[in-house]
Design a protein around this ligand. Structure first.
Ligand code: ATP
Ligand code: MG
Length: 416
């Protein structure tokens, strides 16, 4: 894409009403626009990032047998009454609305009701199980404190996977499979996560698991062993910080963190309320056993910015970045422009996503400041000086080092 045609421009001043780093940087670099507390527009750059995150999640969900669907945001009240959640639990944070006839609806804060009802129509026998169904959808919640940019939206993106099983054992197996898939997803997002025990919120006597990223402005607190023998959400922690890990005797730590995902046994709570039974091998009618698994796709975007930035701007991981290469000619003379134009065409032919700063009459310094703010992983700088040596300048956003490469070795470098 040519930067002269990009819909957004970078903004120098930090927004007055945003305290969090992610909101400040994402706004200044032109990734998001704030509409009100906890509600953002994803602009072209931001939308590219969000789609990249979603696609990583989608790939890893498909690899573990997930089938993608899309459920409605608008949900009927009667289903929520069946689970007794219309005014309790998560129902308390549900936005509710009426149509002209007085019929009531909720804007989905989560989708157990809708999906379990659907499952009850299709799953009839043990041979229909297991089933793994997910979606990537906008969720709505009346969050009282939406002050952390994308970390806490009132409208936000979530991947929610639900699994259906004929036995507890089968559920437990799949739970471990999802755990592994989650680690892969967060690794590809360059987020180091700590798997943390958390409360079952009345659904299960066992712990549930959260995936937490240490970050100084995170809203959660976790207690963890520095060698990760265990970690618990502070809400349920049995250990105190400064005590010793029973496994390795290292001092237990406390840290602020961001919950980017969680996995949760649901047992038969929803299948019971919504009549989701199957006929088992032994001919008996039994309740379907369920699990649910969430990942905050827009929260991940905020979390990445919280942990991958410096005083100049964002430092996007390669798989997440809106473009892989920022191509910047620093002079307007013919030779430089012609070389850059050719390189731009060539990079596209090689299927390398590139933002080309083709804007005229701008100093190198100004272009670099904006480039650092946007945070594209590779910067290619074209100048008269290096062209005379038949070379171009390459700099990684996360490193200080500048390399001079021949165009012929450039692709190898970018692809390795
Ligand atoms: P939190 O404790 O942060 O409110 P939660 O326990 O309510 O999260 P879930 O209902 O399990 O979260 O949602 C699954 C995932 O969706 C979370 O792990 C998180 O990544 C994301 N998420 C939850 N609430 C929000 C929100 N308000 N804004 C952005 N992402 C969210
Ligand atoms: Mg919540």
């Amino acid at each position: 894409m040519r930067q002269s045609e990009l819909f957004t421009k970078t903004i120098k001043e930090a927004p007055k009403d945003e305290k969090s780093i992610n909101a400040q940087l994402l706004f200044r670099a032109g990734f998001v626009h704030k509409e009100m507390a906890g509600v953002y527009t994803f602009l072209p750059l931001g939308n590219r990032v969000l789609k990249n995150i979603e696609n990583i999640i989608r790939e890893e969900m498909n690899k573990i047998g997930g089938q993608e669907i899309l459920m409605p945001v608008l949900q009927p009240k009667y289903l929520w009454e069946k689970t007794d959640r219309w005014s309790k639990g998560v129902g308390k944070v549900m936005y509710k609305t009426k149509d002209d006839s007085g019929k009531e609806f909720g804007l989905g804060p989560t989708h157990e009701e809708i999906l379990t009802n659907i499952a009850s129509k299709y799953i009839k026998s043990y041979s229909d199980l297991p089933a793994y169904i997910y979606q990537i959808q906008t969720k709505f919640r009346k969050e009282p404190r939406a002050r952390s940019g994308l970390l806490r939206g009132r409208e936000f993106g979530m991947k929610d996977l639900y699994s259906f099983h004929s036995s507890e054992e089968d559920f437990k197996n799949y739970y471990e499979i999802v755990k592994k898939a989650y680690f892969k997803i967060f690794k590809r997002c360059e987020l180091s996560v700590i798997i943390t025990e958390a409360s079952g919120a009345g659904f299960t006597k066992e712990y549930t698991h959260e995936f937490q990223v240490l970050a100084k402005d995170g809203e959660d607190s976790i207690i963890y062993c520095p060698r990760f023998h265990f970690a618990q959400n502070k809400e349920i922690a049995k250990f105190k910080n400064d005590s010793l890990c029973p496994a390795c005797k290292k001092t237990i730590q406390e840290g602020r963190s961001i919950e980017v995902g969680n996995i949760f046994p649901l047992g038969t709570k929803y299948s019971k309320d919504l009549n989701a039974y199957f006929i088992d091998k032994d001919g008996k009618r039994k309740l379907i056993i369920m699990g649910c698994y969430g990942i905050g796709s827009s929260r991940i975007m905020g979390a990445i910015v919280e942990v991958h930035h410096d005083d100049k701007g964002i430092i996007w991981p390669e798989e997440i970045a809106p473009f892989k290469v920022h191509l910047i000619p620093v002079e307007d003379n013919q030779k430089v422009i012609k070389t850059t134009e050719n390189l731009y065409q060539d990079l596209q032919k090689q299927k390398i996503e590139v933002l080309y700063d083709d804007r005229k009459k701008r100093g190198a310094g100004e272009k670099f400041v904006e480039s650092d703010l946007i945070g594209i992983p590779f910067r290619l700088v074209i100048s008269q000086k290096t062209l005379s040596q038949k070379k171009i300048e390459v700099k990684k956003r996360k490193e200080k080092k500048i390399e001079l490469l021949r165009v012929s070795s450039l692709y190898k470098f970018l692809k390795s």
